[in-house]
Design a protein around this ligand. Structure first.
Ligand code: PLP
Length: 361
């Protein structure tokens, strides 16, 4: 029988969003559930953002600025790069898709660590590329030398997630230097730094500062996490001008919406508040990690706004047990559980749920 859609998509797992909080609260008959499943920051929009959105809405019958000029200039000034090198998109996940579209023909290879960001396999499959997954080290981090060794003459793209979602691990400057020297110069390396603002380890490089000038490096950033705009979908990448030009050709027109542009511009004016919020998240991350290690000694150090519990076969049961106590976490069955850092009260509620869950599963 003929079919209307590609057969290879049948086997592809869908992206799993965190469970809805209101649904869970209703099911449990409790006033409020806590969602620690999607790596959002818990503090609400940044000051100035709701006002900028309200104002932007008054012209929302118009298309946005397709060149995203004001926002790109603002990003360029903040990060010290030429605006020509910046492409914005509907979240950095969309930009990763555009990168795959701009680099891969069907059958070409995309190399990435596994486990890493669950969007990567979906992105690769979307363009008919072959995913080459390089298993993480026993410490749950990227095995960079194995990733470099996995590059073949079919490889068009290598994705490095630093810090890694969902394990929170990070790679150091020395290791990345060596890796970038090993990868052929005609293969594009994407350094996905969605969690850069939460990094406190001085050995973990800021890719824009360290590698921004390398011709085959693209740095991906997002305003969804530290900048609190997850619901509005704004991400950006920094590439060499020729690469940026090619990527712009495949971006869906007007995909950084008028409201998203206005919100991002306002958010970027609140950099000091972002730093203050990130410091709270980092202090809580360290506190939660220490408390968890008393229950589960091999919790890896995280440089992001979440922690990873390498529970293996117990991951799904742990997720369900936390959920039954009103705390939504993100289990990856058979592998581990990712838990986003929330407010201190939310984290306390999670730690209590975790202790009970570990006693039960
Ligand atoms: C959250 C996340 C992103 C950003 O997603 P948006 O589409 O910008 O919301 C990108 N990469 C990784 C690894 C992430 O965890």
């Amino acid at each position: 029988m003929s079919r209307l859609t590609r057969s290879d998509l049948d086997a592809l797992p869908g992206y799993v969003p965190g469970r809805n909080v209101a649904d869970l609260a209703r099911d449990l008959g409790i006033p409020e559930a806590i969602k620690l499943a999607s790596n959002e920051v818990p503090f609400g929009p940044l000051p100035g953002v709701p006002e900028a959105i309200a104002e932007a809405v008054t012209t929302s019958h118009r298309y946005p600025d397709m060149g995203v000029t004001v926002l790109r200039d603002k990003l360029a000034a903040r990060y010290g790069v030429d605006p020509d090198r910046i492409v914005t998109g509907c979240g950095s996940v969309a930009l990763a898709e555009h990168l795959a579209k701009a680099t891969c023909f069907p059958g070409d290879e995309i190399v990435y660590a596994w486990r890493s960001f669950e969007a990567y396999p979906i992105i690769a499959a979307g363009v008919g590329a072959t995913s080459v997954r390089v298993p993480n080290t026993p410490g749950h981090g990227h095995h960079l030398s194995a990733m470099a060794a996995a590059v073949t003459d079919r490889t068009r793209l290598v994705l490095v997630c630093n810090p890694n979602n969902p394990t929170g691990t990070s790679v150091t400057r020395a290791d990345l230097d060596r890796f970038l020297d090993d990868v052929p110069s005609d293969v594009l390396v994407v350094l996905d730094e969605a969690y850069r603002e939460f990094v406190t380890d001085a050995q973990v490089p800021d890719a824009l500062a360290a590698y921004g000038d390398r011709p085959n490096v693209v740095v991906l950033r997002t305003l969804s996490k530290a900048w609190g705009l997850a619901g509005l979908r704004v991400g950006f990448l920094v590439a060499q001008p020729e690469v940026a030009t090619a990527i712009r050709k495949v971006v869906t027109p007007f995909s950084t919406s008028l409201v998203a542009q206005a919100a991002a511009i306002a958010a970027l004016d609140a950099g000091a508040e972002v730093e203050r919020r990130c410091a709270i998240v980092v202090a809580e991350r360290n506190r939660v990690t220490e408390a968890l290690r008393k229950l589960l000694p091999d919790v890896p150090a995280s440089q992001a706004n979440f922690v990873w519990l390498p529970l293996g076969d117990r991951a799904a049961a742990f997720g369900a047990a936390c959920e039954s106590r009103g705390v939504i976490v993100r289990p990856f069955p058979g592998d581990g559980v990712r838990v986003t850092i929330g407010t201190p009260e939310e984290n306390d509620a999670f730690l209590a749920a975790a202790e009970a869950a570990l006693g039960q599963i």
